[in-house]
Structure formats: C-alpha cells, structure tokens
Ligand binder design. Structure first.
Ligand code: SF4
Length: 697
C-alpha cells in the first residue's frame, strides 16, 4: 500500500474472487494497478482478504492472451501439451475477423451438437448474452456454468422447498443472531471477509456451531465443533431434528402459518433418534441433543453452508435437511434468522440468475414453460427454441463421448481442471470438431481449443455482478485490456452476429436494460442506481436499497408455503474398501482460487502457497513412514497423482484433502463423476482412495 502521492487515479470496483463481493478501490499509477484498498461496500465495510488485497497482478502476467489464435493445421495432436510461453507450436496469430469467422464456421448450423459453458467470473450482462446466444443461435438449452460444480444441489433444494434459489438473509445479518450453524464450509479460507463477521459475532456472545468432517480455523471461535464422519450429513441432521420433534422444541405457530408436509416430516424423523445415528455420524447422542436444543432455543438463528454440503450425490438431500431445520424452528424471514448457502465465485449468483443454466431462463423461469419461452423470444425477436432441459456440465462430457456433442463454446471456465474424472474430460475435449475458448490465459482447457479469443480480466471491464448476499454491484474498468484483448460482451456479440443473430449491443447497459424486461428480480434496479451504490434484490421501490431479509410473510411457491421434504440416508457413491481404504476429499485454499489460473499467476499468492500439497493427519503419515514434505502417491479408480504430503491435524486419520488448483497434481484426476440426481453435481467431497510413499507406487 502507499499514500495518495503514489497513484495517479483510483477506480472503485468489486473483488474478482469470491462470492462475498467486497468492494475495493484500484489505485493506478502509470496505467498499472499499483495497489488495492477496501472500500465501504455493504458486504465488506472496508475489509479485504489476502486475495482481494494482494491477488491482482495476474492481469499483467506475461502469459496473458493478447491476440486471437487459431490452431495450426500442422499442430501436434490435441492434449495438455501447449507451453504457455510458446504458443506458436500449436496456434497461429489471427485477426479478430479471421478468428470470429473460424469460430462461427465451426459452430454454425449444428443445433444440439453444440454446447456452451459460460462463466461466473464474467458480468451479469455477459452471462445473459452467453445463454441467449446458445438458445437463440442453436435453438436448445445446452448451456451451463460452474454452479453445476458448486451449489447446484443447494439451489435445487431451495427452489423446491422455499421457491427461490438465493439466500434468505445476507451473511451480515449474523449480527442480529444469537446462534449460527456453519456446516460444510470453511469461511476462514474460502469466504474470509464473511468469516471476520462470524468472529465478531462470537466476540459479542453469539454461539457458533460448526459441523464439518475437517477441522478449521473457525473452530477456535466455536461453542461446538461437530467433526462428523464424511458423507453422514443427513443422518446427523435428521438426528438433530428428531430431538427437536421429540422434545417439542419446534415452532408450532410458524409451521402452521407458513409450511406444508409437516406431519410427513415428523413421521419420517421418528426413525432417526440420536442414539441410533451416533455411531454412523461419529457424534455422540448427547452432543446432538445439546446442539438441537441450542439451535431450536435461539431467539434468532442462521444456517450457513458450503460445498461440503452440496458436493455429494446426496447434496440436495443435505440441503433439504438444512431447510427443514430452519423451517421447523421458525428461523427464517426475521432479523438474524435465515438460510445462507455461501456462494463461491464472485458472480455465480448473478450468472445463475441470468439464466446460465440448462433448465432455466433468467430468474429461474422454466424452459419447459411455453409462456416463458415466448416472453423471451418476443424480446429477442427470434423463433422459439427447445422446451427440453439442456445438458449439464458433466453430462456434456458424456455427450461428447456418445457423439452427440461435437462443438463447444467455453467462456472463462476451465473444465479441463475443474471437472471430475478430469482425464476423461480432457480426452473428450480432444475429440471435439470445434472448440472455441474465450479466456485471459491459455488455461488447461484452452490447450484443446481450435480458436481462442483473448478476453478481459475483471479489472478491465464494465458490468454488474451479484454477490452471495443478492447485492448487485457495479464493476468498473481500472485499466485497458492488453494488446488486442476485448471485453467478453463484445466478443460474444460479434460471434452472435456471425451466427446470423440480430444483435447490435454497443454497451453493457443496453444488455442490462434488456434483462430487466423479463427479470422481476431487477425491478426498481437501474444502471444509474448501480453507478451510485449497490442494490440488494428484491428492491421494493426506486429508492429502496433492497431487502436483506426475505420471506417474512410467506414464500414464492404456488400456495405461499415452504415445504418440508424428508431426506433418507444415502451412502456415498464409492465407499472405502480393502483396495482403496481411505477417503479423498477436495477443495480450495485461502491463497488459491479454484483452478489457479489467476492466483497461481499472482506473485504474492503464489509465493505464499507455491506447491501442490495434500493434507494428511500426522499419525497417518507416521504409519506410512512418510514425513511432511515427502512425495506421496494418491490413487483412486480413476487415476493417480504424485503430490507433496503436508501434516494437518484438521483431517481425520482415514482422510486425505487435496486442493484442486494445481495442474501438476490435478485433484480431479482422482474424483468421482457420479452425480446428485437433482442438482446434477458431482461428488467432489468423497471418493475411496489409497495413499503410499511415492517411491513404492
Ligand atoms: Fe475478495 Fe472474497 Fe477476499 Fe472479499 S473475501 S476480498 S470478495 S476473495
């Protein structure tokens, strides 16, 4: 950091990393970002974490893509084999016209043979344009993004049971709570500024109950830490709810006034007494009873969750349990009460709201509804498109294998790192006739591209983003894109024109105004308002800053009531056995963001966490005759990686944790592609594995 003499100008914008959506100020000197400060945004009140404060110099990295590229006719076979410092072995530089024409020629007229992956790292307007392009140009719904790998199961359960896929209360509402549950999330690493509010909550006497198979830094602040056995979420949560029923701790008046299916839920829960579930979930019955009483007895209680809940084949059931727990205790729709899935990417909420999903148009309006489709085609001045749900992220890979998908347009996503069983995904990408990738770096996915469009980083573009709190915020360009790189909305528009579409956008504001025509969530929110300040949706009037808490007077379901949906215990898709006796779980680290394409090129962050590592309990390492820092081999039924061992008492003795940011030891070589049947999310949090010293593998 410096003082005002050290910069020429400042630009206020939003952090490009996590869903907290911290507002920040870029300090610019000689047209480069010199440093970053937090500003007083609604979610962060001047705070930033290490990524927001120090993780910005990736935008000046020498590997930035600066000119359109086309695969050379004499390029080697497609694979993970391009040196980002020497692209000319595989690609030739092209003009924008050449590259856009090549992409359009490869994709045009192929209907459902084309699939698209848009980005939660782009703006709302860019997400909207991307889904519109797939639907308007190819007449179907094969469009998705990384929500499918993140909170798709949480959204499925929320839509089913409360009628809305977003949070019911901002995370900042914890200041009005007296009890909060954090389950399957690690906010100190993944939502650090939100974690600072959670710590403040405990300092003023709030009770934090953490439930997670892995220990974490927030444990120090918790009243209870329930380190339950991985994959037993439903058993544990049903046992807690059983206590609430058996001891009459539920909120009868709330249940009568605002819910349905309570009697079925009560009957279902009778099968889950804590004494019966204790051994399965690894938490003693008395602790389950104490936790149930504390949450049910709270004046105001909140439930926060992350991908430890969602990334299971029973992720939707896990979320259903959390929703039921909040409903039966009446902990929703009031100050300090509510449900909050902590969203991952900076704009995953907004990209989902904007319709970047295969079953919904913007605002979660079903593609199967004729009236909904006709409302959109009227605005788009185009023909109808398919009334069938499209392919989800992982289903697209299987469809390539089956010869159904032959071309892809991928914007700002890196599925060659982020998909489960990733060697399978990489092999599938190599089979595509036409793969168009739009990104800021030659990602692992771009290795397989036929055409590459150089795009803009977040700090180089104009557009809105929606954070985990439903706060819509304006992102502003601090510096210019390098070389011939362009803003994503411009690239998508130019491609659309070459695909024969009647698009004439010249600024994201036009796109935003079009979105408002069929998105009630944006009522009373204007571009001009967003230029002044963030607005939380829903906003009830042109001057209302928005509603931090929703559903105090009923739910957006047909009968206005939320629903209890009972959840049965389901085992993980793959359980440990004699061949693969340990449990693999994967996730993020504080310093690295998702597949690492940005943070591994951010000098401070890469300095802090430079090497791939796997966390194992010290006793497990000792049993294996391995020291921290030694190389180990981790193997599952999909493949094997070699990685450095790290001693970590936060993992249990039968577990290994691997972050997924490192291409040299890709965690997703190991993960299981089995999907949750509702959210279609893979089971990243549980696979059977074996671990050995590297030399014995
Ligand atoms: Fe950025 Fe999230 Fe850190 Fe805030 S908490 S600075 S949004 S990474």
């Amino acid at each position: 950091v410096g003082d005002s003499a050290d910069y020429d100008r400042e630009v206020k914008s939003v952090c490009p990393y996590c869903g907290v959506g911290c507002q920040l100020s870029f300090k610019i000197k000689d047209d480069k970002i010199a440093w970053v400060d937090g500003v007083d945004g609604p979610a962060n009140e001047n705070r930033l974490c290490v990524k927001g404060r120090f993780g910005f110099d990736y935008i000046d990295h020498p590997h930035r893509l600066t000119t359109p590229l086309i695969r050379r006719d004499d390029a080697p076979a497609k694979g993970l084999n391009v040196d980002p410092a020497n692209l000319s072995t595989h690609f030739r530089e092209a003009t924008w016209d050449e590259a856009l024409d090549a992409a359009a020629n490869g994709l045009r007229g192929r209907g459902a043979e084309i699939a698209g992956l848009g980005s939660a790292k782009c703006s709302n307007e860019e997400a909207y344009l991307f889904q519109k392009l797939i639907r308007q140009a190819f007449k179907h719904n094969n469009v998705d993004h990384c929500t499918r790998l993140c909170h798709a199961s949480s959204v499925a359960a929320l839509l089913e049971n409360v009628g809305s896929g977003a949070v019911t209360a901002t995370f900042n509402e914890i200041e009005n709570a007296d009890v909060a549950i954090l389950i399957g999330c690690n906010p100190a690493e993944n939502h650090p500024v939100a974690a600072s509010y959670f710590k403040q909550f405990t300092k003023r006497g709030g009770k934090l109950i953490i439930m997670d198979p892995r220990g974490q830094a927030m444990k120090r602040h918790a009243e209870h830490m329930l380190q339950f056995r991985p994959g037993t979420d439903v058993a544990m949560l049903n046992a807690i709810m059983n206590v609430i029923v058996e001891e009459g701790l539920y909120d009868e008046q709330y249940i009568k006034g605002y819910t349905e299916n309570w009697e079925a839920m009560k009957t279902h829960l009778a099968d889950f007494p804590p004494e019966k579930m204790a051994e399965l979930c690894g938490i003693d019955a008395q602790t389950l009873r104490v936790v149930a009483r504390e949450f049910a007895g709270a004046k105001a209680g909140m439930i926060f969750w992350g991908m430890g809940i969602s990334q299971h084949i029973h992720g939707t059931d896990n979320s259903r349990c959390l929703i039921s727990l909040a409903l039966m205790t009446g902990q929703i729709g009031r100050p300090g009460a509510g449900l909050h899935p902590l969203r991952g990417q900076n704009n995953v909420q907004g990209a989902s709201d904007a319709g970047l999903i295969p079953m919904f148009l913007p605002d979660y309006q079903s593609v199967e509804d004729d009236g909904v489709r006709s409302a959109f085609t009227e605005v788009w001045k185009s023909d109808d498109f398919s009334n069938q749900k499209g392919l989800t992220t992982v289903e697209m890979i299987d469809a390539i294998d089956a010869g159904q998908v032959k071309g892809m347009y991928i914007l700002g996503e890196n599925p060659a790192m982020s998909d489960p069983d990733v060697e399978h995904a990489r092999a599938a990408f190599a089979k595509l006739d036409c793969m168009v990738v739009q990104d800021i770096f030659l990602t692992e996915t771009a290795n397989f591209a036929d055409v590459i469009f150089p795009a803009s980083a977040w700090a180089e573009k104009t557009g809105t983003a929606t954070n985990t709190n439903r706060q819509v915020q304006m992102g502003r360009p601090a510096v210019s894109p390098p070389g011939d790189a362009r803003e994503d909305w411009w690239i998508t528009t130019e491609l659309a024109k070459r695909l024969g579409l009647n698009w004439d956008y010249t600024h994201p504001k036009q796109v935003f105004n079009e979105m408002k025509q069929n998105m009630k969530s944006l009522d009373n929110i204007t571009w001009e308002r967003l230029e002044q300040a963030a607005v939380t949706y829903p906003s009830l009037s042109p001057t209302d800053p928005g509603q931090p808490i929703v559903f105090g007077d009923g739910f957006p379901r047909s009968d206005g009531r939320a629903r209890f949906t009972p959840a049965q215990v389901t085992a993980p898709a793959e359980v440990p056995d004699a061949d693969f006796p340990m449990i693999l779980t994967t996730g993020r680290q504080l310093e690295h963001w998702h597949t690492g394409s940005m943070t591994r090129r951010a000098s401070v962050l890469d300095w802090a966490e430079p090497e791939a590592n796997a966390s194992l309990h010290p006793k497990t390492l000792r049993k294996m005759g391995v020291k921290a820092g030694d190389m180990i081999t981790i193997e599952t039924r999909r493949g094997a990686i070699q990685i450095m061992a790290r001693a970590d008492r936060a993992v249990s003795e039968d577990m290994v944790f691997v972050p997924f940011a490192y291409v040299e030891a890709s965690a997703n070589v190991l993960t299981n592609p089995k999907l949750d049947p509702y959210g279609k999310i893979p089971e990243f949090k549980f696979a059977a594995c074996r671990v050995a010293p590297a030399e014995q593998a």
